[in-house]
Write a protein that binds this ligand. Sequence first.
Ligand SMILES: Nc1ncnc2c1ncn2[C@@H]1O[C@H](COP(=O)(O)OP(=O)(O)OP(=O)(O)O)[C@@H](O)[C@H]1O
Length: 287
Amino acid sequence: MVEAARAKTVPAPAGNGATGTVTDRAKAAAPVVTARGLSLTFQTNDGPVYALKDVELDIAAGEFVSLIGPSGCGKTTLLRVIADLEQATAGTITVNGLDPDAARRRRQYGYVFQAPGLFPWRTVEKNVMLPLEIFGLPAAERRARAAKNLELVNLKGFEKKYPWQLSGGMQQRASIARALSFDPALLLMDEPFGALDEIVRDKLNGQLLALWAATGKTVVFVTHSIPEAVFLSTKIVVMSPRPGRIIDVIDCDFPRDRTLDIRETPEFLAVAHRVREGLRAGHSYDD
Ligand SMILES: Nc1ncnc2c1ncn2[C@@H]1O[C@H](COP(=O)(O)OP(=O)(O)OP(=O)(O)O)[C@@H](O)[C@H]1O
């Protein structure tokens, strides 16, 4: 069933033979996330908090979309609404054409948190197999899937290690492998590399791009880092707080097999400048 769902939503992997720009291909693909007039207001003792206001967003299959903005602009809330961990108070949202509740029950996304959240008493392999174990898959199938996903995140050979024997970057890669358990077409990532140093983050960004290119998955990625957003994305969604809203959506047409060298190019710097200007404009009225 997972495979059938995947076939419906994932485009042919855009490897070297793909034609057109990344953005052209994404525009031609089926929508994975569609939000219309999406708002979420939290009622608190101090009054209402407008975490999201009138969000309009289309994410096509195969896109890599970054959500960027200052603290409190609703990035995590938007990700959590897509994942059905929060419910919108107005507007509509669909995930692979389904409401978020149905998409969650059909395991249509994997979620990666800022902290790896691995159990220290389980080996890497057993951590990665945990969702499959809970689902009740036979042991051989669990092992085969874990092996495939650990290879995808370059952790082959570390199956029997415990989380505390791995670096922070390796632990986060293990948590990505766990999120891939049900081979979801959509990967939701909430600042997965935020706690890591710059060099490790650069390396993981390269590996994440390789994984994205190899699997054709759609990625929604929360970050505070402008270079990270520009380097990774096909689309950058710039958000602003109070109320949390989208203030700019920027298409990035860099090749899929981009390397860190593109960060020196005028095209890269121009996109980074536009993101920075958006963030500045979003801050100006109340900060
Ligand atoms: N469960 C909740 N109850 C009340 N307010 C909440 C709740 N969750 C989030 N908020 C508020 O909603 C707003 C948006 O929060 P959110 O965590 O989505 O922002 P963010 O952009 O992800 O911030 P950060 O970059 O710091 O993680 C903030 O003002 C936050 O305090």
